[in-house]
Design a protein around this ligand. Structure first.
Ligand code: DGY
Length: 321
């Protein structure tokens, strides 16, 4: 019997692909930093049985329509807003993702970004490297405290709960807003469910961890920023599309909010002349929430296992449709 053609859209750790090589004909886009051009992805998908994809690959109806053999799209990410789930489901294509293995790593980075923004860690590092440190001074690079403050989490899923767990160690009050109540987070972490508006008004730190959907798109607009305290800090470690970036720029310029820590952007990568990078009170990172060596290896392996499960007729560990 002919082996299934499995196309991997980015150079991933070879070890993760070995099990795939046992069951199929595996071909990989050979570059790590450079995403596969759309025309090549469409061409490869035409004969592929499985696509092993990244969050930067757009898997839309047009691509799915031209991929008659496709059985599974395995995204090496927990987010899947790059994939048209409805179209995939209608065509009988299973869509898989990589939850759980990245929860703690992403929560670590999210909390680290919150700390870096509040305590001006990046500014301090740049200051000393630029040779500006002449003297200790009482208010030099004074930031804001984290402990005993109020943290508002938008999106209390696995990563949200893991961030709340870290915040508990800092004696923070934890508020959250979510599609549904998370009774475990309420019981175990003392998190309190509140409305979006209440969360914005009360929180010292607003952390966005909700998935990008039609409903959450640009939920952080000027109205939302205006409801936040002028002293509050906005953190986004989910998807840039949840934020109206023009409004965020206005909110920062007009001091509606005090600072922002951003791991994600509407268009990625952003250019280094992007207006958000011009603010000294913005800490910007290149979408590295889950980027530890251990976690990226686990994500790469889970993405492979998901393909193997689907192609061998088993229920995959993580499917989204
Ligand atoms: C995800 O998995 O969706 C993150 O954004 C990248 O790891």
């Amino acid at each position: 019997m002919e082996k299934p053609f499995i196309y991997v859209t980015r150079k991933v750790p070879e070890e993760a692909l070995l099990p795939l090589m046992e069951i199929g004909e595996v071909e990989m886009w050979p570059h790590e930093m450079e995403p596969i051009p759309r025309e090549i992805l469409i061409e490869k998908a035409k004969t592929a049985t499985a696509l092993y994809t990244m969050l930067s690959d757009k898997i839309d109806e047009k691509l799915l329509d031209q991929s008659p053999n496709l059985k599974v799209v395995s995204n090496m990410a927990v987010g899947f807003d790059n994939i048209n789930i409805q179209a995939a489901t209608e065509k009988g294509v299973v869509v898989c993702n990589t939850p759980d293995v990245l929860t703690d790593t992403t929560a670590d980075l999210t909390f680290g970004l919150l700390m870096a923004t509040a305590r001006r860690i990046v500014e301090g590092a740049e200051y000393i490297k630029a040779g500006n440190w002449k003297n200790w001074a009482p208010m030099l690079l004074a930031g804001t405290d984290i402990h005993h403050k109020t943290l508002g989490i938008i999106g209390m899923g696995r990563i949200g709960a893991a961030v709340a767990k870290r915040a508990k160690g800092f004696d923070m009050e934890i508020l959250y807003h979510n599609r549904t109540h998370n009774s475990d987070a309420e019981k175990e972490l003392g998190a309190t469910y509140v409305s979006f508006q209440h969360l914005l008004e009360r929180s010292d730190f607003v952390v966005c961890l909700a998935p990008l959907t039609e409903k959450t798109k640009e939920m952080f607009d000027i109205e939302a920023f205006k409801q936040m305290k002028n002293s509050s800090i906005f953190i986004n470690a989910s998807r840039g599309g949840l934020v109206n970036e023009d409004d965020l720029i206005i909110a920062l310029s007009s001091k509606e909010i005090a600072a922002a820590g951003l791991d994600v952007f509407r268009e990625e990568p952003i250019s280094n002349d992007h207006p958000l990078l011009g603010f000294s009170n913005v800490v910007a990172l290149p979408h590295i929430g889950s980027a530890s060596v251990e976690t990226r290896q686990e994500m790469a392996k889970l993405a492979s296992r998901n393909i193997i499960d689907v192609l061998s007729g088993k229920k995959p560990e993580a499917t989204v449709n």
